[in-house]
Design a protein around this ligand. Sequence first.
Ligand SMILES: Nc1ncnc2c1ncn2[C@@H]1O[C@H](COP(=O)(O)OP(=O)(O)OP(=O)(O)O)[C@@H](O)[C@H]1O
Length: 601
Amino acid sequence: MDFAAFAERADELEAEEADLATVGLVAGALADADGDLDVVARFLQGRVFPGWDTRKLAVGPSLCHEAIARAAGTNVTADDVEDRLADTGEIGAVAASYDFGGQTGLAAFGAGGAEGNGGIPAGADGADDATGGTDLTVREVFESFERVAAAEGAGSEDVRRDVLFGLFNRASPAEAKYLARLVLGEMRVGVGGGTVRDAVAEAFLGADVTTPVEDRPEGDDADELVAAVEAALQVTNNFGRVAELAREEGVDGLRDVSLEVGRPVRAMLAQAGTVTGALAEWDEAAVETKYDGARVQLHYDGEEASVYSRNMEDVTDALPELVEHAETHLAVPAIVDGEAVAVGEDGEPLPFQEILRRFRRKHDVDRLREEVTVELRAFDCLHADGEDLLDAPLTERYARLSDALAEGVSELLVTTDPERIEAVEAKALAAGHEGIMLKNPDSTYSPGKRGRNWLKRKPDVETLDLVVTGAEWGEGRRANYLGTFLLSARNGDASGRSPDARETGSRKGFETIGKVATGITDEQLAELTELLEPHVVREEGTDVEIRPEVVFEVGYEEIQASPTYSSGYALRFPRFVEVRTDKDPADADSLERVERLADAQ
Ligand SMILES: Nc1ncnc2c1ncn2[C@@H]1O[C@H](COP(=O)(O)OP(=O)(O)OP(=O)(O)O)[C@@H](O)[C@H]1O
């Protein structure tokens, strides 16, 4: 597919408000994507790589601004790009405002050659064709992004800048708009995972998803077909592959997909719950300790193990103990779900921050390993000895886990007796753990779902994980630090658009809910400023707008209805707890949860 055609589709999507019509437009784009189906299915969502793929573009706003400036001509600087950004607030509009036609031909790339020129085929001259687009294709854009992601070591920043420059240099304004948005992960066309899932069913399985449910004929199988796409997505974590399978092999092909050791699966998540609630809902409850660590998924192919974080990042090198644990104690190839906990010398659990220190570590792993020991507490098994277990009940998965893993399996008690559950809780808290997990013994494993089959019970007051979308510069002694942070809850599909995002002026499905300035030391302010400054989108006086990238955990006394913020709620006495570096904005708490918590007060 030509990138110009992709950009045209994206413009149509951006202008479309209605959800069903959006699905129809996406279905049309997928049907026309031909050999680029995999890439188009991801690009429409602003994703460059499949979910299981741990590659990242690693391009910050400033590098992107530099590439745009260079392509825009010798008299344009990154500062000019940033000035325009401050005016428009949106990088796509800024990129589209330049005429990149000025520098054409390979001479503009200096180094030239296949590696250094951004993958531009010889003879490409960036000239617009009759349709106003260029000869840039979706595939070429993706391959250039692959080169950006692959750049490593000394000079890698230059390679990334060169490749991006090469792309912008060839782009028409309409194309540049979406290049810039893709590079910075902000497609803003309102297409989330759910939309692409429905569109795949519509385009390739003959499901009538775009007709409102009440108007569909009796016996309509659209929901069933959508469910088949969803199930295949859960297993593969790969929109591109699922779209291709649906197109080539139909629903049977989707039903045949299986997990692959070495490709991370989205983690099943929990909601807050109570013992009485759990026992009322299920006949029996499975109860175990809720460990205060970080989620890990261990993949073992029979010889080697790899470890993935909750966000499916490859953290194998940072956690050698877990690799050794899997390689020593796993009897069969398996995918194991669990928590990585930090323990002190006496075996007592250490706080959550200690494990985070280890998690993202690239250097000095061995030295840090001596200071903080990491251990596995495995609680689930998604695959064992060639067999996928997602559809098996929890008790069976746990039995398979216990058979496969000789050590490090969390203890699970299945009971109808609330007193026995309370005893487990008392023991867990006495040992310094966070609380307990209550699980439905009959439930299947639903990747990426925060359903009611896993409930967490923590005695501490609830906290919220909120996205920082703004800040204010401090005053006096703190003038060089961002001091007050504007927080937002996720609204709807984080990668999509909230139903009323356009009216409330909220950012890409995030609704503001309050500001936090309490609970932060001077030292933390400096760290937070350093962390957030690269994500500043624009500034006005002391007010700063921040791209949704960073998640804060905050405590509060009460959630109140309030017209001040776009969520319709405000937090009373919000207090900063910590930065959740293990969470993306898509993992932040939703407005729906805020509503539930507010109702339950
Ligand atoms: N025995 C256990 N079973 C399942 N999850 C556990 C267990 N012990 C600890 N956990 C952790 O608890 C989390 C479940 O809570 P949830 O899905 O709400 O994640 P979260 O948003 O990170 O929550 P929290 O901030 O409370 O840890 C899991 O992601 C996992 O990291």
